[in-house]
Design a protein. Sequence first.
Length: 216
Amino acid sequence: MCGDCPPPPPPPTPDSEVDSSVLAGLLWRWLRFILLPAGADPSNKWRPSRDCVTGALEEVIAYAEGMANQPNDGYGTAVQGTVVDSPNFPELVGQTNVQLNQAQLKTLTGNPGINVHVGGVGYSNAFGRYQINGVTAAQFNVTDWTPSGQDDAAAAILEYYNAVQPAMDGNLQQAFWNMFQWASMPDSPYSQPHISMAQATAVYQNALTYLPECSH
């Protein structure tokens, strides 16, 4: 039941003539009202697809994780800091803020295992545009670390934590709260620096204007 919905258009009666265009307009207005997400603008007929919303959420992750302005959009970027251990790429040990190139990404079958000292007593092997660490990579069986593979992995994680549907419904706050797998999300309970709700919303809304999957 929808207590705030306008009444449906009245059916035509035998003793009155009904303009079919007016009736169709009333019917469309009623259907649009009950089908739109709460708070949506009824004057805007375009609604982003699931792929579009997923891509926009991925842009928020990249921004929050500091990858948006990294070389190659952050797809080859290890978490920032000094490498202390790297069995697969031993030449990186001792280097700071390291990158893997596209050819190296194609050789990966899991998180590259670049362990980085990130300050204090903290260490991390988060890697790539979405800073997926080894535990998460294993949980979601991330074996393709090319840019498209990383995009697919982030999409799977977003779906698993139910972040996409709230955004589809217009509830960005809940979408971002469901993304605490990334500690940089707004209102995150973790000690790592995180972006504000306003920043996340602005990045999301802006992404809707330029992502290919959001064209309309």
